[in-house]
Write a protein that binds this ligand. Structure first.
Ligand SMILES: Nc1ncnc2c1ncn2[C@@H]1O[C@H](COP(=O)(O)OP(=O)(O)O)[C@@H](O)[C@H]1O
Ligand SMILES: [Mg+2]
Length: 313
């Protein structure tokens, strides 16, 4: 998570990018970076990184913007470019207001409450609203000392979904004007995801500028604007209907996710990858999140790679 503040012009714009080009720093000593993230699939990663280019974005205050596209198309990179983490090569990035970015969930060695409040003054009313909006009440009931349970490497281990919800709560509690969210819905089950959309992203945060990277396509129609990653480092923007009309890649993604079952499979692939990351900590427990993932992940992977081969080669 990173908090940035920049006093921009007093306009209705929250975020703008003009002719932006962004590249991940290439580290010769590390072969892992010999990838072209935007023309590669998970199966075939070769060549130098190309990054993001020709990025032009205008995001209004209190807009809800969704970044979507295939896995590896640069959704997370674009969020990090907006957050000032992915290095800018040229062009302009303007941020009007305070901004917070949440990427891969992390937990500090502290109580759940401390992980959420994260050094800010404790405000009971705000805290209760955040806990409710992030669907944490039932987690608190399950944890041995509720919100005072010590978590992190030295404490109780949490499921992927619990980590994701606590991370989201930390982002919301911070109260920034602009909230950049990476895939917060994929680690939680679909019912909780819907609840978080309604109560948090389109609820408690509704007056904030929200940029959410996701391929949970059932939720995208509530967005004011879509940013579609074309897969070559460029983006296409517009309302859902506009993109659906003029962008073939976007249409293909929608067609693929056309029925609910296919969509669930697509989402599960990404979830599986996330869990693998969490699994680096071998002692973690995954409760219902893990079960759901292992029962759905395998079919999804083959369907998804077939989709990539059909549409992008
Ligand atoms: N923090 C980072 N540092 C270095 N490279 C990154 C970082 N985040 C993403 N990338 C690069 O971007 C590529 C994929 O893009 P990513 O933005 O993660 O796509 P998506 O979110 O659409 O799945 C990765 O293979 C990786 O090389
Ligand atoms: Mg991503």
């Amino acid at each position: 998570m990173k908090i940035l503040t920049n006093t921009g012009p007093n306009s209705n714009l929250a975020l703008t990018v003009t002719d932006g080009e962004f590249t991940w720093t290439y580290d010769e000593a590390n072969d892992d970076h010999l990838v072209d993230p935007f023309t590669s699939t998970p199966e075939s990663i070769t060549g130098p990184p190309s990054g993001l280019h020709d990025i032009n974005l205008k995001i209004n205050k209190s807009d809800f913007v969704i970044i979507t596209g295939l896995i590896g198309s640069g959704k997370s990179s674009l969020l990090q470019a907006l957050a000032g983490i992915m290095p800018k090569v040229s062009g302009e990035l303007n941020v009007n207001g305070s901004m917070i970015y949440g990427g891969v969930p992390w937990i500090q060695n502290a109580t759940v409450r401390e992980n959420i409040v994260f050094g800010l003054p404790f405000d009971q009313q705000k805290y209760s609203q955040v806990v409710d909006a992030c669907c944490l009440a039932s987690d608190f009931k399950q944890l041995i000392d509720g919100e005072f349970t010590f978590v992190g490497e030295k404490g109780i281990t949490l499921s992927g979904g619990q980590k994701a919800r606590i991370n989201l709560a930390r982002l919301v509690y911070a109260g920034s004007d602009i909230v950049l969210l990476d895939d917060v819905l994929s680690a939680v089950d679909s019912k909780v995801a819907k609840s978080i959309m309604n109560k948090c992203i389109n609820g408690l945060l509704k007056n904030k500028t929200r940029v959410l990277a996701t391929h949970q396509l059932s939720l995208i129609k509530s967005a004011d604007k879509m940013i579609f990653m074309n897969g070559d480092g460029t983006v296409d923007t517009g309302k859902f209907g506009e993109l659906n009309q003029h962008n073939e890649g976007f249409r293909s993604l929608l067609e693929f996710a056309g029925d609910q079952s296919k969509e669930n499979k697509l989402v599960k692939v990404e979830t599986t990858r996330k869990v693998e990351t969490f699994n680096d900590n071998a002692n973690e427990e995954f409760s219902s999140d893990q079960h759901e993932i292992t029962t759905n992940g395998t079919i999804a992977a083959s369907t998804y790679s077939r989709y990539l081969n059909n549409h992008f080669h």
